[in-house]
Design a protein around this ligand. Structure first.
Ligand SMILES: CC(C)(COP(=O)(O)OP(=O)(O)OC[C@H]1O[C@@H](n2cnc3c(N)ncnc32)[C@H](O)[C@@H]1OP(=O)(O)O)[C@@H](O)C(=O)NCCC(=O)NCCS
Length: 148
């Protein structure tokens, strides 16, 4: 998988990918529709943050977003095309994100985890540090790892 920065004009395709990715989990259609409406992916977001995507044979297989704050780096998205799930791409993209976050120098990478993905993040070394209310009205685990 080749990893490169996303371009602002790719934001609509990335938003659609995120919706397909969320649909991998057994959520009812109304929740997926609310998720799609609430997605904050836009050209402005891509221009203002670090959005990296993974390509295989020229096709985008997944992406992530890093948001840099003064005291921490936030992983705001990590979505794979359903066909890419379970093939190691999540580890590749997360490892890339962790390196970028370490370079940012805040010493902390934090993210709100999709509940079905918590086991993946634990494999990556994340731990749940608190819970937060999601825009969809569910409690979501906030996970974090310290970085060198
Ligand atoms: C979460 C996601 C990114 C994981 O990516 P992936 O490519 O499927 O994961 P990998 O194949 O790299 O798996 C890495 C390790 O985590 C484990 N793992 C992967 N998904 C897991 C899960 N849902 N629960 C528990 N363990 C999981 C794998 O078994 C593997 O373990 P190993 O270290 O023993 O080999 C992917 O499932 C996805 O995009 N899901 C839909 C969107 C989503 O929920 N994104 C997260 C938003 S917060």
């Amino acid at each position: 998988m080749r990893i490169r920065r996303a371009r602002p004009d790719e934001a609509p395709a990335l938003a659609a990918l995120a919706v397909r990715s969320k649909g991998h989990w057994p959520y009812p259609p109304d929740l997926l529709a609310r998720f799609a409406r609430g997605l904050g992916m836009s050209a402005e977001v891509v221009a203002a943050n670090e959005v990296w995507l993974g390509e295989r044979d020229g096709r985008v297989g997944g992406f992530y977003t890093l948001v840099h704050r003064a005291d921490r780096t936030v992983l705001d998205d990590l979505w794979l095309e359903p066909a890419e799930i379970g093939r190691g791409c999540g580890r590749v993209l997360f490892t890339h994100a962790r390196r970028r976050a370490a370079d940012a120098g805040t010493g902390v990478l934090e993210w709100e985890a999709e509940p079905y993905a918590v086991g993946f993040y634990e494999r990556m070394g994340g731990v749940t540090v608190r819970w937060t209310a999601s825009p969809l009205g569910r409690p979501l685990p906030v996970m974090r790892m310290t970085l060198p």
